[in-house]
Ligand binder design. Structure first.
Ligand code: GDP
Ligand code: ZN
Length: 365
C-alpha cells in the first residue's frame, strides 16, 4: 500500500509515517488524532475532522486499549478502516516519531502528546512579593529543568515560555537568567494581552510543524493557543470553572492550526511531571554536572559525602550551583525508581500504559 505524503504533509505527515504504510493492511488510511473522548477520538485528514472508535478487539473493558503503544493520543497518526463511514474504526497507531511521556506519582505512564516537533514548557511570572520569592524561583527552575529533560528524552525540542510578562519588571532580563541556567534552550517571555512575544514564539516554528504546550494549570496555555491560532477554541480557566460540571460531556479537542499552518496541542494542566524511561545520558540539561562527576574518585559517587567528590568541590568553589546539583540528584533517584518499576510485575503492567478511562482523568487539578 502506498500513499502519497504530499496531501497530508501540511498535517505533519512525513516520510517517517509513510514508510510504515508499506506494512499496513489493504484499505486502511492514515488520519491524525486531534481530540480525545472517553472511548472515541476526533481524527483529521484532508476531508476534515470526524469521530472514530477503536476496533473492538483492541479494547479490553478493564485495561482499555491493548495496542502496544497504549491508547491513541492527541498528535498520533492512526490507520482507519471504513474511513468513509460515519464512525470509522481505528485499527492501529503508527509508531510515534516523538512523544512526551509522564509517569505521575504511582500512577500509570501517560503519553501526553505524540509526534510533536517542539514542546513549549509554559510557566508564569508571578508578582514579586514575599521573602520566599527566591526559593519559589529556584523551585520553578527545577521544574523547568525536569520538563526539559523529559521533552528531550521523548525526542522533541524543548522551548521555555515565560508567560504573564506584564507582572514583572524587565522580563527579557529575567528570561536571560533562565536561559543562562538551562543552556541550549530557547526562552521566550510572553504577555497574552499585549501579544508581546507571540511573534517571537511563532517565528521559531515552520508550517506543518507541531508544538505541544505543557505546564501547570493557570499559567496561560489556553490563552497562548487561542492567541496563536487566532480564535477562541480553548476556554480559559475562568470559563472552565463556570461550567466545571458540564465539561465532562464537552468535546475535548486539543489540536489547533495557526493561520501560518503550525499545529498547536493544548494539554490539561499537570501538577507533577515525573520522568519515565529516561536514561542518564538523557539528562542533557545537566551535562556539565555529569562531566564534572567524571573526576569523582568513586565511579558510583552519589555526590553526597563521599571523599574525593569533584561535584561537591565544584559547589564549594562556586562553579556549580548547589540547587542544580540537588535537582540532578533527585532526577537520578527517579531514574533508579523507574528502572526498578520496569523489573516488577506491577511496573510492567503500568508500563503497558493502561489509559485513563476518561479525558478528565488527565487533569490533575
Ligand atoms: P491554562 O490553565 O494554562 O490553560 O491557563 P489559561 O489560559 O486558562 O489562563 C489562566 C489565567 O491567566 C486566565 O485568567 C488568563 O486570562 C490569565 N492570563 C493568561 N495570559 C496572561 C498574561 O500574559 N498576563 C496576565 N496577567 N494574565 C494572563
Ligand atoms: Zn561525586
Amino acid at each position: 500500500m502506498t500513499e502519497p505524503v504530499g496531501g497530508l504533509s501540511h498535517l505533519g505527515f512525513s516520510e517517517f509515517f509513510a514508510i510504515q504504510l508499506a506494512d499496513a493492511k489493504e484499505g486502511l488510511v492514515p488520519a491524525r488524532v486531534v481530540g480525545q473522548h472517553r472511548r472515541q477520538w476526533d481524527v483529521m485528514d484532508e476531508a476534515g475532522v470526524r469521530r472514530a472508535s477503536l476496533a473492538g478487539r483492541l479494547w479490553d473493558p478493564e485495561k482499555g486499549s491493548v495496542l502496544d503503544l497504549g491508547q491513541p493520543t492527541v498528535g498520533d497518526w492512526v490507520l482507519l478502516r471504513d474511513s468513509e463511514q460515519e464512525l470509522p474504526v481505528i485499527e492501529s497507531i503508527l509508531e510515534r516519531r516523538t512523544s512526551l511521556v509522564r509517569a505521575a506519582g504511582g500512577r500509570q505512564r501517560q503519553v501526553l502528546v505524540a509526534n510533536v516537533d517542539f514542546v513549549a514548557i509554559v510557566v508564569a511570572f508571578t508578582r514579586p512579593q514575599s521573602s520566599d520569592a527566591s526559593a519559589r524561583r529556584s523551585l520553578q527552575l527545577r521544574r523547568i529543568e525536569r520538563y526539559v529533560a523529559g521533552v528531550r528524552q521523548g525526542g522533541a525540542e524543548p522551548l521555555v515560555v515565560l508567560n504573564k510578562a506584564d507582572l514583572v519588571e524587565a522580563p527579557w532580563e529575567r528570561a536571560e537568567t533562565v536561559k543562562a541556567r538551562l543552556g541550549d534552550v530557547q526562552v521566550v517571555p510572553t504577555h497574552c494581552k499585549s501579544h508581546e512575544g507571540i511573534a517571537s514564539l511563532t517565528a521559531l516554528l515552520a508550517p506543518g510543524q507541531t508544538i505541544g504546550f505543557v505546564g501547570l494549570s493557570g499559567v496561560g496555555k489556553s490563552s497562548l493557543v487561542n492567541l496563536m491560532s487566532g480564535s477562541d477554541h480553548q476556554r480559559t480557566a475562568s470559563e472552565r470553572t463556570a461550567d466545571a460540571r458540564g465539561r465532562h460531556t464537552t468535546t475535548h479537542r486539543a489540536l489547533f492550526e495557526t493561520p501560518g499552518g503550525i499545529w498547536l496541542i493544548d494539554t490539561p494542566g499537570m501538577r507533577e511531571f515525573a520522568l519515565a524511561d529516561a536514561s542518564t545520558e538523557d539528562l542533557q540539561a545537566f551535562s556539565d554536572i555529569a562531566t564534572c562527576a567524571e573526576r569523582c574518585r568513586f565511579r558510583d559517587c552519589e555526590h553526597r559525602r563521599e571523599p574525593g567528590c569533584a561535584v561537591r568541590e565544584a559547589v564549594e568553589a562556586g562553579t556549580l550551583s548547589l540547587d542544580r546539583v540537588s535537582n540532578y540528584q533527585t532526577l537520578l533517584e527517579e531514574l533508579k525508581q523507574d528502572e526498578k518499576s520496569k523489573t516488577t510485575a506491577r511496573g510492567q503492567r503500568l508500563r503497558r500504559g493502561r489509559p485513563p478511562t476518561s479525558p478528565d482523568e488527565w487533569d490533575d487539578d
